[in-house]
Design a protein around this ligand. Structure first.
Ligand SMILES: Nc1nc2c(ncn2[C@@H]2O[C@H](COP(=O)(O)OP(=O)(O)O)[C@@H](O)[C@H]2O)c(=O)[nH]1
Ligand SMILES: [Mg+2]
Ligand SMILES: [Zn+2]
Length: 285
């Protein structure tokens, strides 16, 4: 019996990478029930080409379907104008799925210092930030990716494919021309893991360019607990169940006024709170 990782799934076949070989396997009958995903660590019989067992997962995403992702690399760039609401939702998505989010500022070659400063000041207390250019240097990403399974996320045209290609030029993923890529979106692509170094993988995730609140399984009343930049203030609000929106004597609101919490982050918190509340009402009313 060998241990490997599922790097690709097509129909009922699974590509299992073990050491330097990839075996195309089928799962043992009773395994099909539990589901088997790209990213799963499995035990398999190398002569029968049969997957016998799955190791316990650290994480499982359903959309895109992938197991054991360690990190989501959220990419932003000066062009196109960042959709920070999407960034904040992706951060929440990572936290709620027990995955580490990293913010990656790409296109440093064309970024103004003020752009970098603004992003840094909004997110420095939220998550790790790396600055790269797919055109010039992605050195800062290398150590972040090492020994991890990572997936790129972020709006179209920020450079996710370019970064993937810069890391692994042999892949030669299509780089766009936004309109072309948008149109190509409907051709369903399978999810695949690429090994970029020893024990180091990146996932190809075409399904990570938007995020509906219904994929954020967060109770709106608990939303602020997923804000590392709010955490120090939460206990100081007058009301224990403070929404940090409607109440008086709210320590979060005071911190926003004093510039201790980024205004934009707070503004988007309110939007996400209301959207989650609507989602909750839709489900339970
Ligand atoms: N100047 C500059 N342009 C970049 C960089 N990375 C990507 N681009 C360009 O941005 C556009 C979108 O890139 P792409 O990788 O397709 O973005 P994706 O939609 O996120 O996968 C393409 O025209 C790329 O050439 C970068 O670091 N610097
Ligand atoms: Mg792309
Ligand atoms: Zn409050």
């Amino acid at each position: 019996m060998k241990k490997g990782i599922v790097v690709k799934k097509l129909a009922d076949k699974f590509w299992v990478k073990s050491d330097d070989f990839t075996f195309i396997c089928v799962p043992k009958k009773n395994l099909k029930e539990t589901g088997l995903f790209v990213g799963d660590y499995v035990y398999f019989d190398e002569t029968q080409k049969q997957i016998l067992n799955i190791e316990k997962r650290n994480s499982l995403l359903i959309r895109p379907p992938i197991a054991n992702i360690d990190q989501i690399i959220i990419v932003v760039a000066p062009i196109p104008k960042p959709d920070l609401l999407l960034v904040d939702k992706l951060i929440l998505f990572a936290f709620v799925n027990d995955i580490k989010p990293i913010l990656c500022i790409n296109k440093n070659d064309i970024a103004k210092q003020s752009f970098i400063d603004n992003i840094m000041s909004a997110y420095k207390n939220v998550l790790n930030i790396v600055i790269v250019s797919a055109k010039e240097s992605i050195e800062n990403l290398d150590c972040v990716l090492k020994n991890k399974i990572s997936a790129f996320a972020g709006q179209s045209a920020v450079g996710k494919s370019s970064l993937t290609n810069a890391i692994l030029p042999s892949l030669n993923i299509e780089i766009g021309d936004m309109s072309k890529i948008e149109r190509g979106k409907n051709t369903t692509r399978h999810t695949e893991l690429y090994e970029i170094g020893n024990n180091t993988f990146i996932a190809d995730t075409s399904g990570f360019t938007s995020l509906d609140e219904k994929y954020l399984p967060i109770d709106f009343e608990n939303l602020s607990k997923y804000y590392p930049d709010f955490i120090n203030y939460l206990a100081k609000c007058k009301f224990r169940s403070c929404s940090h929106i409607y109440e008086e004597n709210c320590s979060v609101k005071t911190a926003v006024k004093n510039g201790e919490i980024d205004f934009g982050r707070y503004d988007r918190y309110k939007i996400i709170y209301e959207n989650l509340k609507k989602e909750w009402k839709r489900k339970y009313d």
